[in-house]
Write a protein that binds this ligand. Structure first.
Ligand SMILES: [Zn+2]
Ligand SMILES: [Zn+2]
Length: 260
């Protein structure tokens, strides 16, 4: 629905700011680069091993084999693994806010590229120095049935006019070859904004926020939840819980950025 509007915006923007980076407003950047120049792109920090094999939380130290972080030890996760492409910091965080809350959709190719480059990249990153290896959780079409974006409540979607998770998942679906399904999960409670809540409050806030569409069957399906940012994991965990209760065989999570 919004794609023609986005194209129009891109065209108008190209007239006003002819292929100019929308971060530094100096260097050249094209629409296909999401109007972020190579110097500003270089500010994005990809998440590299070592990280928690479950929740993907990066760890700044020498660990050469799979481990679960201390956060995960006290949690009941309903997904097998969560992975993110980059840290939610600097240019990336700024772009996500402007994309999501100010509808600056021309940034989308930049965010989608970060996600795709990691989620569709090489499968295992070997650690030649230590000999250990970490599963990057790379998506291949034979391993997964559907990509599912985290849904917005219909009221919020009307307000924002688009669901960022759905738009990013659509691009990931094209790149990965894994079909996108947008009608499986629904958000039935318009939850308060999560940003000022503690980990426990977030979990409580979203516990009953999601449901399955009765007409859809997820039994035996291998599913990938997609969102823009993962912070405490409470929202994705609530979705994964609903899917597993519905009989899904496995659920993993991919997001563009990881908040800490
Ligand atoms: Zn720039
Ligand atoms: Zn963890």
């Amino acid at each position: 629905m919004r794609v023609p509007v986005q194209r129009l915006l891109n065209a108008v923007l190209a007239l006003i700011y002819p292929e100019c980076c929308q971060i530094c407003r100096q260097a050249r950047a094209t629409p296909s680069e999401g109007f972020v120049c190579s110097a500003c792109r270089a500010d994005s920090r990809f998440i590299e091993p070592p990280f928690c094999r479950r929740c993907g939380l990066p760890f700044s130290g020498q660990i050469d084999s799979d481990f679960e972080c201390s956060n995960c030890l006290g949690m009941t996760w309903h997904f097998e693994s969560a992975r993110s492409a980059v840290y939610a910091k600097g240019v990336v965080l700024d772009v996500i806010h402007r994309y999501k809350y100010k509808q600056q959709l021309w940034f989308e190719p930049f965010l989608a590229d970060l996600l795709i480059s990691r989620a569709c990249g090489s499968s295992v990153v070997a650690q030649p120095v230590t000999g250990g290896s970490f599963s990057m959780g790379v998506l291949s079409p034979g391993d997964w049935d559907w990509l599912l974006p985290i849904p917005l409540h219909p009221m919020k979607q009307r307000e924002r006019e688009f669901n960022q998770a759905e738009r990013l998942a659509r691009r990931l679906s094209v790149a990965s070859g894994i079909p996108l399904k947008t009608n499986i999960l629904k958000r039935i409670v318009a939850t308060r904004t999560q940003t000022r809540l503690s980990r426990e409050e977030r979990a409580e806030n979203v516990r009953k926020a999601f449901a399955l569409n009765d007409k859809e069957d997820v039994a035996g399906k291998r599913l990938v939840l997609v969102d823009d940012v993962l912070t405490t994991g409470a929202t994705t965990n609530a979705c994964a819980h609903v899917l597993r209760r519905g009989g899904a065989a496995s659920v993993c999570v991919w997001t563009v950025a990881r908040g800490t």
